[in-house]
Design a protein around this ligand. Structure first.
Ligand SMILES: NC(=O)c1ccc[n+]([C@@H]2O[C@H](COP(=O)([O-])OP(=O)(O)OC[C@H]3O[C@@H](n4cnc5c(N)ncnc54)[C@H](OP(=O)(O)O)[C@@H]3O)[C@@H](O)[C@H]2O)c1
Length: 263
């Protein structure tokens, strides 16, 4: 299937590893030119044809700097994927362990900066360029956005805000040809799950359960119907399809192995 992406340009936030790296590779394979921003530039990212920008996207100026660099490099933007997330602080495990009375402000602020404000700031900076080309924004949210009461409250609430931002962009800029779409993964086999020092690995250590057994328990307890964690490439393929010229906007696409049961 020709996704009609060849020759177009993309900015991916958080493309040094995980879903972002898989997406960078997928979009390049479709013939897109890609700029990506992350704090580190990994060996795997260097092996691609993407243009990496070293930037902290949780800051006020970081997302603007990324978009400015992308416009300089690419001449315009057809696609922005706000994928950055997770990071390496202990805000996630604090969000799991602590209730509202205990979870400190900085764990909320840092989580919102990385998962919500980075996307808001990148989208604001990119919108004039996306309007020029009738482009697309795809926000990578999470099933957690639909289950805000469970799991890390700060993360889930920030992702709910991100999913809402998609609707705002779709409504406010749809008439100018800009589409906005949310992709909400369930468990995806990135370092978040597989790295012993990642979020799940650290939770396993805290609970004194072997990492592999803990992952299996968590996937089972999450109600993943397929019983398996998705590969980052599966999420990348969904995003590439949604970036192609299809008459879809404002909606959310789950890629969660059947985890969300309600209509
Ligand atoms: N994996 C899952 O199970 C899952 C499930 C639902 C939703 N998601 C969402 O999918 C997205 C990608 O997750 P992932 O699993 O691929 O995570 P990951 O493997 O940890 O990758 C995160 C990416 O974000 C970058 N990053 C983190 N903090 C940054 C910062 N302050 N400034 C710039 N870049 C930063 C990382 O690069 P550096 O470390 O080099 O900065 C990396 O490129 C996130 O939004 C996550 O919430 C993931």
């Amino acid at each position: 299937m020709d996704l009609q992406l060849a020759g177009k340009t993309a900015v991916v936030t958080g493309g040094s590893k995980g879903i972002g790296l898989a997406l960078v590779r997928t979009l390049l394979a479709e013939g897109m030119r890609v700029v990506t921003g992350s704090r580190s530039i990994t060996a795997e990212l260097k092996e691609t044809e993407a243009v990496p920008v070293a930037v902290d996207l949780s800051t006020v100026s970081g997302p603007v700097r990324l978009i400015d660099s992308a416009v300089m490099e690419l001449g315009g933007i057809d696609l922005l994927v706000n994928n950055v997330g997770v990071g390496d602080t202990d805000d996630f495990s604090k969000g799991v362990r602590l209730n509202l009375l205990e979870l400190p402000d900085d764990a909320w602020e840092d989580t919102f900066n990385l998962h919500f404000y980075s996307a808001l700031r990148a989208s604001r900076a990119a919108l004039p360029h996306l309007i020029e080309r009738r482009g697309t924004i795809i926000n990578v949210s999470s099933v957690g956005a639909r289950a805000a009461g469970a799991g890390p409250a700060n993360y889930n609430v920030a992702k709910s805000a991100l999913s809402s931002l998609t609707k705002v962009i779709a409504e406010q800029f749809g008439a100018q040809g800009v589409r906005a779409i949310t992709v909400s993964p369930g468990p995806v086999g990135t370092g978040v799950w597989t790295d012993p020092d990642g979020f799940v690995g650290r939770l396993a250590k805290e609970q004194d359960v072997p990492h592999k057994a803990f992952v299996e328990q968590l996937v089972s307890a999450s109600g993943v119907t397929t019983g398996r964690i998705a590969a980052p490439e599966e999420v990348a393929r969904l995003i590439a399809f949604l970036a192609s010229p299809v008459n879809i906007t404002g909606n959310e696409y789950l890629i969660d192995g059947g985890m969300i049961k309600h209509v």
